[in-house]
Design a protein around this ligand. Structure first.
Ligand SMILES: *Cc1c(COP(=O)(O)O)cnc(C)c1O
Length: 396
């Protein structure tokens, strides 16, 4: 049986149109919901904001949900609510998008990176504990790829050392930890509503909390630091008091209409992602150069990403060469993530290679395969076929 010539070597690609690693899904009913909002008298600051927030809070089992113009804005606000300032430190993971670390720096606080665990690629609670000192105020674990971090250990540590846990669940809407929904566990949980995430409002974010105090601080920060109670107390509609330095991080009504419309479809969307992950698990088990992502607790992940690791000792080439070959076949694979402390900005702050060796090694091996609800069995087939042929071609 003659082997196919890889597309990167001039052969014809497995797919003509590139399969992206993620893609949003908008239904006709979502478009109608947005159109209704646009025809109403409220474009922003109207009733759809609270409607979406209440439905979201109920969906994750939290008392309060506060919407933001992005997940990053939500992280910024959560840091404010937690009391981060220039005299404080916060600890986060290096193996993530830059937003959680940036959110610490926005407050002038010092960011510390705790390396990840080799199997889960989630922040290692033991390393976190070793970095906690009297200046530490907050922990920012990230639910990598949609798998909850070790929230039990981190919440215990937080209680012991009087810290605030701000969980970055931007990839983990619908995930759970020990049977509890993500969004109902940490002091504050931050979600993103960017199009590549589980639900989208175009741009947008949500912070959930059970604390009345945090919810009030979050709402104030979202609206220039203006205290809503002062207006109510004044008995007029023009009076307000700015009490803190906040921002305009509000999410418009038509965006909330879009999010509210999609929310009831979360369960089937998650089901589809889990099914795709299970098919990958099964079919990739036959590829000796692939280490499939681990799910710390079966059936609890939300599978925002499906990040495989290459066993480089079995290959003649590096990860970048495999990624290039996949792209040539029309498979839009990606890499999540470049460790945050290796970005030039963080290097200029003094963070250096070698700080988090587990994350740095994982970065050399990681490839995110396409995963999104609208993927067909045929799409999955193309990914597995392309990857199998490429890895066989480059096998040592
Ligand atoms: C997407 C994402 C963010 C940022 O969310 P935005 O809504 O794009 O600001 C933050 N952290 C993680 C882990 C993410 O995946």
């Amino acid at each position: 049986m003659g082997r196919r010539v890889l597309a990167i070597d001039g052969g014809s690609p497995i797919r003509r149109e590139v399969l992206p690693y993620g893609r949003h899904q908008i239904e006709e009913e979502d478009i109608e919901a947005v159109a209704r909002a646009l025809r109403s008298s409220w474009l922003t600051g109207g009733p759809r904001v609270a409607e979406f927030e209440e439905a979201f809070a109920a969906a994750v089992g939290a008392r309060h949900a506060v919407s933001f113009s992005s997940g990053t804005a939500g992280l910024h606000a959560a840091g404010f609510a937690a009391g981060l300032d220039a005299s404080r430190e916060a600890i986060t993971t290096p193996l993530t998008f830059c937003a959680p670390a940036n959110a610490v720096l926005y407050h002038g606080a010092r960011v510390r990176f705790a390396d990840v665990q080799a199997a889960s690629l989630a922040i290692d609670p033991a390393r976190v504990a070793s970095l906690v000192n009297e200046r530490t105020r907050a922990l920012l674990p990230v639910d990598y790829a949609g798998q909850a971090a070790d929230l039990t250990a981190l919440m215990e540590l937080a209680t012991e050392r009087d810290l605030v846990v701000i969980e970055d669940a931007c990839q983990a809407l619908g995930a759970a930890h020990r049977g509890r929904a993500v969004g109902s566990i940490a002091h504050m949980t931050v979600f993103s509503l960017h199009p590549v995430k589980h639900l989208t409002t175009g741009e947008g974010g949500m912070v959930t909390t059970d604390s009345e105090h945090y919810a009030r601080r979050l709402r104030s920060f979202r609206n220039h630091g203006i205290d809503a109670a002062a207006r109510e107390k004044s008995g007029t509609d023009w009076y307000y008091e700015m009490q803190e330095l906040g921002f305009n991080y509000r999410l418009p009504d038509f965006a909330c209409a879009l999010g509210r419309s999609q929310l009831p479809r979360l369960a089937p969307l998650l089901e589809r992602r889990r099914r795709i992950a299970a098919v990958y698990d099964d079919r990739l088990a036959k590829l000796p150069a692939v280490l499939a992502p681990s799910e710390p607790e079966a059936g609890q992940g939300s599978w925002h990403l499906y990040p495989i690791r290459l066993r480089l000792e079995r290959l003649r080439v590096d990860r970048d060469a495999v990624l290039r070959a996949l792209r040539a076949e029309g498979i839009g694979a990606a890499v999540h993530f470049i460790p945050v402390h290796l970005h030039p900005y963080y290097a200029r702050l003094g963070f250096a290679r070698g700080l988090c060796p587990v994350a740095e090694q994982a970065y050399r091996e990681l490839i995110s395969l396409p995963i999104f609800p609208a993927m067909s069995e045929r799409d999955i087939d193309d990914v597995v076929t392309a990857l199998g042929e490429i890895l066989e071609h480059y096998a040592r």
